[in-house]
Design a protein around this ligand. Structure first.
Ligand SMILES: [Zn+2]
Length: 227
């Protein structure tokens, strides 16, 4: 009896060892059969059958062409290259401006194509931009006028109905933005009861003739805001 537990333990340990051994043997990874060669890949003829795709339209070319990019996009301001300009009449703020570019003159015979900036006679008139005084000209409609080219030579700035030129102003002179070039008046065909500066911008042609160009509305370049 006293040895019975020993024998019992001994048999139990042996049984556990046997079971563990069996489990270990079962869990062993099976030896890989590397020698078993894969079945040879049957060589497929690489040349595509010429009939492939015939009679079928490929899906991508049949999709409708995308619309041309930015075909009808309206930019709020024309990309002219004109920078924001200085308001050329002393004491006038952008809020005071009225867009009179599309007005007509001479009983609808011609477009205004400029902006009228109302101010008392004698109010100083500034150059809206750096540039060069190209022509000092007196005409029946415009009265005493100044033609200034911008620094690039692509645009002309036109100031009309002046009461007088600034002292010393001369053709060929270089001016800076803000230089006084003249004074508000009503020379030419302006109403003496309503002196104002008539200001216009022209995009010059390749000949760079001061009297010839395509009119551009100055309103927004002077800071005017459309309602
Ligand atoms: Zn005008």
């Amino acid at each position: 009896m006293p040895e019975r537990p020993v024998r019992h333990w001994g048999g139990w340990v042996a049984a556990v060892a046997f079971v563990l051994g069996v489990l270990w043997a079962l869990n062993r990874p099976a030896p890989t059969t590397t020698s078993a060669s894969e079945p040879p890949v049957t060589s497929v003829p690489t040349a595509k059958p010429p009939s492939a795709g015939l009679g079928k339209t490929a899906p991508s070319p049949s999709s409708p062409p995308s619309p041309p990019p930015q075909a009808a996009v309206q930019t709020p301001e024309p990309a002219t290259g004109i920078p924001p300009l200085l308001l050329p009449v002393q004491g006038v703020s952008p809020r005071d401006l009225r867009d009179t570019f599309a007005d007509t003159r001479d009983a609808n015979q011609r477009g205004h194509e400029a902006i009228d900036i109302m101010a008392p006679r004698g109010t100083p008139v500034f150059a809206v931009d750096d540039g060069r005084i190209v022509k000092l000209f007196s005409s029946k409609p415009g009265g005493i006028t100044v033609y200034q080219f911008d620094p690039t030579g692509n645009f002309a700035y036109y100031y009309a109905h002046l009461d007088a030129y600034a002292e010393g102003l001369a053709e060929g002179q270089t001016v800076k933005r803000g230089s006084v070039i003249g004074f508000v008046g009503y020379t030419g065909n302006a109403n003496p009861a309503a002196p104002h500066l008539h200001f216009a911008i022209f995009k010059l042609g390749p000949e760079k003739q001061w009297w010839k160009g395509e009119p551009i509305n100055p309103f927004e370049y002077l800071g005017g805001k459309k309602p």
